[in-house]
Ligand binder design. Structure first.
Ligand SMILES: [Zn+2]
Length: 233
Protein backbone atom coordinates (compact mmCIF):
# COMPACT_ATOMS: atom_id res chain seq x y z
CA UNK A 1 0.00 0.00 0.00
CA UNK A 2 2.74 2.47 0.92
CA UNK A 3 4.58 1.73 -2.31
CA UNK A 4 1.38 2.36 -4.21
CA UNK A 5 0.85 5.62 -2.37
CA UNK A 6 4.41 6.76 -3.04
CA UNK A 7 3.99 5.85 -6.69
CA UNK A 8 0.77 7.77 -6.88
CA UNK A 9 2.43 10.81 -5.34
CA UNK A 10 5.24 10.89 -7.84
CA UNK A 11 3.01 10.00 -10.79
CA UNK A 12 0.43 12.71 -10.24
CA UNK A 13 2.35 15.44 -8.51
CA UNK A 14 -0.78 16.16 -6.53
CA UNK A 15 1.25 16.38 -3.33
CA UNK A 16 2.22 19.78 -4.67
CA UNK A 17 -1.26 20.64 -5.84
CA UNK A 18 -2.26 22.33 -2.62
CA UNK A 19 -0.99 25.91 -2.45
CA UNK A 20 -0.50 25.45 1.31
CA UNK A 21 2.30 23.01 0.51
CA UNK A 22 4.18 25.39 -1.75
CA UNK A 23 7.74 26.14 -0.76
CA UNK A 24 9.78 28.45 -2.96
CA UNK A 25 13.04 27.14 -1.50
CA UNK A 26 12.41 23.71 -3.00
CA UNK A 27 14.46 22.96 -6.05
CA UNK A 28 11.76 20.78 -7.60
CA UNK A 29 9.37 22.69 -9.87
CA UNK A 30 5.75 22.95 -8.78
CA UNK A 31 3.49 20.59 -10.68
CA UNK A 32 0.18 22.11 -11.60
CA UNK A 33 -2.85 20.05 -10.58
CA UNK A 34 -4.59 18.33 -13.51
CA UNK A 35 -7.70 20.47 -12.96
CA UNK A 36 -6.71 23.69 -11.13
CA UNK A 37 -10.39 24.63 -10.79
CA UNK A 38 -10.81 21.62 -8.46
CA UNK A 39 -8.42 23.05 -5.84
CA UNK A 40 -10.92 24.56 -3.43
CA UNK A 41 -11.97 24.76 0.20
CA UNK A 42 -14.40 22.20 1.67
CA UNK A 43 -17.18 24.81 1.82
CA UNK A 44 -16.60 25.89 -1.78
CA UNK A 45 -16.65 22.26 -2.89
CA UNK A 46 -20.02 21.72 -1.22
CA UNK A 47 -21.40 24.92 -2.78
CA UNK A 48 -20.21 23.71 -6.19
CA UNK A 49 -21.95 20.36 -5.74
CA UNK A 50 -25.18 22.07 -4.73
CA UNK A 51 -25.03 24.47 -7.69
CA UNK A 52 -24.58 21.49 -9.98
CA UNK A 53 -27.52 19.74 -8.33
CA UNK A 54 -29.73 22.80 -8.93
CA UNK A 55 -28.80 22.78 -12.63
CA UNK A 56 -29.58 19.06 -12.76
CA UNK A 57 -32.99 19.58 -11.13
CA UNK A 58 -33.88 22.26 -13.66
CA UNK A 59 -32.57 20.21 -16.59
CA UNK A 60 -30.04 22.89 -17.56
CA UNK A 61 -26.84 20.87 -17.34
CA UNK A 62 -23.61 22.37 -18.60
CA UNK A 63 -21.98 21.19 -21.78
CA UNK A 64 -18.91 19.22 -20.70
CA UNK A 65 -15.82 19.23 -22.87
CA UNK A 66 -14.81 15.61 -22.48
CA UNK A 67 -12.07 15.82 -25.11
CA UNK A 68 -10.07 18.50 -23.29
CA UNK A 69 -10.87 16.93 -19.95
CA UNK A 70 -9.55 13.51 -20.89
CA UNK A 71 -6.28 15.06 -22.02
CA UNK A 72 -5.89 17.02 -18.77
CA UNK A 73 -6.52 13.94 -16.67
CA UNK A 74 -4.10 11.53 -18.33
CA UNK A 75 -1.33 12.51 -15.93
CA UNK A 76 -3.35 12.52 -12.73
CA UNK A 77 -6.49 13.55 -10.93
CA UNK A 78 -7.58 15.91 -8.17
CA UNK A 79 -11.32 15.41 -7.60
CA UNK A 80 -12.99 18.08 -5.47
CA UNK A 81 -15.46 15.66 -3.89
CA UNK A 82 -15.65 11.98 -3.01
CA UNK A 83 -19.13 10.50 -2.94
CA UNK A 84 -20.37 7.19 -1.59
CA UNK A 85 -23.86 6.50 -2.83
CA UNK A 86 -26.16 3.54 -3.21
CA UNK A 87 -25.62 1.25 -6.19
CA UNK A 88 -29.16 2.16 -7.30
CA UNK A 89 -29.06 2.94 -11.03
CA UNK A 90 -31.23 6.04 -10.57
CA UNK A 91 -28.68 8.07 -8.59
CA UNK A 92 -25.64 8.59 -10.92
CA UNK A 93 -23.65 11.26 -8.99
CA UNK A 94 -21.96 12.74 -12.08
CA UNK A 95 -25.43 13.56 -13.45
CA UNK A 96 -27.00 14.49 -10.11
CA UNK A 97 -24.32 17.12 -9.48
CA UNK A 98 -23.83 18.02 -13.15
CA UNK A 99 -20.18 17.40 -12.62
CA UNK A 100 -17.77 16.34 -15.26
CA UNK A 101 -14.88 14.26 -13.96
CA UNK A 102 -14.33 16.21 -10.80
CA UNK A 103 -15.93 13.92 -8.31
CA UNK A 104 -14.87 10.44 -7.43
CA UNK A 105 -17.94 8.38 -6.89
CA UNK A 106 -18.12 4.98 -5.28
CA UNK A 107 -21.19 2.88 -5.49
CA UNK A 108 -21.84 0.24 -2.91
CA UNK A 109 -24.51 -1.17 -0.72
CA UNK A 110 -25.80 1.76 1.31
CA UNK A 111 -24.56 0.31 4.56
CA UNK A 112 -22.22 1.29 7.31
CA UNK A 113 -20.19 -1.90 6.98
CA UNK A 114 -19.60 -1.09 3.33
CA UNK A 115 -18.31 2.34 4.32
CA UNK A 116 -15.94 0.77 6.83
CA UNK A 117 -14.64 -1.58 4.14
CA UNK A 118 -14.05 1.39 1.85
CA UNK A 119 -12.21 3.59 4.36
CA UNK A 120 -8.96 3.13 2.44
CA UNK A 121 -10.51 4.65 -0.69
CA UNK A 122 -11.57 7.72 1.24
CA UNK A 123 -8.15 7.97 2.90
CA UNK A 124 -6.57 7.87 -0.55
CA UNK A 125 -8.89 10.63 -1.76
CA UNK A 126 -8.18 12.91 1.20
CA UNK A 127 -4.50 12.26 1.85
CA UNK A 128 -3.16 11.68 -1.63
CA UNK A 129 -5.57 13.45 -3.95
CA UNK A 130 -6.31 16.29 -1.46
CA UNK A 131 -10.05 15.96 -1.95
CA UNK A 132 -11.66 18.58 0.33
CA UNK A 133 -15.16 17.09 0.62
CA UNK A 134 -16.68 13.65 1.26
CA UNK A 135 -20.41 13.02 0.88
CA UNK A 136 -22.37 9.98 2.01
CA UNK A 137 -25.50 10.00 -0.13
CA UNK A 138 -28.64 8.02 0.60
CA UNK A 139 -31.86 8.21 -1.37
CA UNK A 140 -35.58 7.81 -0.90
CA UNK A 141 -37.29 4.68 -2.17
CA UNK A 142 -34.18 2.58 -1.43
CA UNK A 143 -35.00 -1.07 -2.11
CA UNK A 144 -32.21 -2.31 0.14
CA UNK A 145 -33.39 -0.30 3.14
CA UNK A 146 -37.01 -1.25 2.45
CA UNK A 147 -36.04 -4.93 2.34
CA UNK A 148 -34.11 -4.63 5.58
CA UNK A 149 -37.03 -2.94 7.34
CA UNK A 150 -39.58 -5.51 6.17
CA UNK A 151 -37.28 -8.49 6.68
CA UNK A 152 -36.61 -7.50 10.29
CA UNK A 153 -40.29 -6.74 10.95
CA UNK A 154 -41.56 -9.99 9.42
CA UNK A 155 -38.58 -12.09 10.54
CA UNK A 156 -38.24 -13.39 7.00
CA UNK A 157 -34.95 -14.51 5.49
CA UNK A 158 -34.04 -13.34 2.00
CA UNK A 159 -32.43 -15.75 -0.48
CA UNK A 160 -28.80 -16.03 -1.49
CA UNK A 161 -26.36 -13.49 -0.08
CA UNK A 162 -29.07 -10.86 0.47
CA UNK A 163 -29.21 -11.50 4.24
CA UNK A 164 -25.74 -9.90 4.49
CA UNK A 165 -27.26 -6.68 3.15
CA UNK A 166 -30.02 -6.85 5.77
CA UNK A 167 -27.43 -7.46 8.48
CA UNK A 168 -25.41 -4.47 7.31
CA UNK A 169 -28.45 -2.17 7.48
CA UNK A 170 -29.77 -3.58 10.76
CA UNK A 171 -27.99 -1.03 13.04
CA UNK A 172 -29.72 1.85 11.25
CA UNK A 173 -33.12 0.13 11.19
CA UNK A 174 -32.95 -0.72 14.90
CA UNK A 175 -31.75 2.76 15.88
CA UNK A 176 -34.92 4.38 14.53
CA UNK A 177 -37.38 1.67 15.60
CA UNK A 178 -40.45 3.21 17.24
CA UNK A 179 -39.76 6.72 15.96
CA UNK A 180 -42.62 8.64 14.36
CA UNK A 181 -42.73 9.00 10.60
CA UNK A 182 -41.84 6.70 7.75
CA UNK A 183 -39.57 3.86 8.87
CA UNK A 184 -37.75 3.49 5.56
CA UNK A 185 -37.05 7.24 5.35
CA UNK A 186 -35.89 7.30 8.99
CA UNK A 187 -33.63 4.27 8.53
CA UNK A 188 -32.20 5.68 5.28
CA UNK A 189 -31.23 8.94 7.00
CA UNK A 190 -29.91 7.13 10.08
CA UNK A 191 -27.74 4.96 7.85
CA UNK A 192 -26.26 8.10 6.29
CA UNK A 193 -25.62 9.60 9.73
CA UNK A 194 -23.85 6.41 10.84
CA UNK A 195 -21.75 6.51 7.68
CA UNK A 196 -20.75 10.14 8.21
CA UNK A 197 -19.81 9.40 11.83
CA UNK A 198 -17.79 6.35 10.79
CA UNK A 199 -15.80 8.41 8.30
CA UNK A 200 -15.26 11.35 10.68
CA UNK A 201 -14.01 9.02 13.41
CA UNK A 202 -11.87 6.79 11.21
CA UNK A 203 -8.40 6.94 12.72
CA UNK A 204 -5.71 7.85 12.04
CA UNK A 205 -6.02 9.70 8.73
CA UNK A 206 -9.61 10.87 8.26
CA UNK A 207 -10.15 11.94 11.86
CA UNK A 208 -6.97 14.04 11.70
CA UNK A 209 -7.98 15.57 8.36
CA UNK A 210 -11.37 16.55 9.83
CA UNK A 211 -9.68 18.12 12.88
CA UNK A 212 -7.30 20.04 10.62
CA UNK A 213 -10.27 21.19 8.51
CA UNK A 214 -8.60 19.74 5.40
CA UNK A 215 -11.79 17.83 4.66
CA UNK A 216 -15.46 18.25 5.40
CA UNK A 217 -17.62 15.11 5.65
CA UNK A 218 -21.35 15.50 5.12
CA UNK A 219 -24.41 13.34 4.54
CA UNK A 220 -27.37 13.87 2.26
CA UNK A 221 -30.43 12.31 0.72
CA UNK A 222 -31.33 12.28 -2.97
CA UNK A 223 -34.99 12.58 -3.95
CA UNK A 224 -35.88 10.36 -6.89
CA UNK A 225 -38.84 12.46 -8.07
CA UNK A 226 -37.15 15.84 -8.54
CA UNK A 227 -33.45 15.01 -8.21
CA UNK A 228 -32.97 17.33 -5.24
CA UNK A 229 -30.17 16.57 -2.79
CA UNK A 230 -30.79 17.69 0.79
CA UNK A 231 -27.73 17.87 3.06
CA UNK A 232 -28.78 17.00 6.60
CA UNK A 233 -25.72 15.55 8.34
ZN1 LIG B 1 -30.65 2.30 -2.60
Amino acid sequence: MMAAVAGALSATGVAHANPRNSNKAESKPEVAPPKPENVMTPDAALARLMEGNRRYQKGVAKRHDFLAEREALVGGQNPYAGILSCADSRIAPEYAFDSSRGISSSVASPAISSIRKNIASFEYAVEILKTPLLLVLGHDGCGAVRSAVSSLADKTTLPGHLPSLVAALTPAVKAVAGQPGDQVENATKENVRLGVDALKNATPLLSAAVNDKRVRIVGGIYRLADGQVEIFA
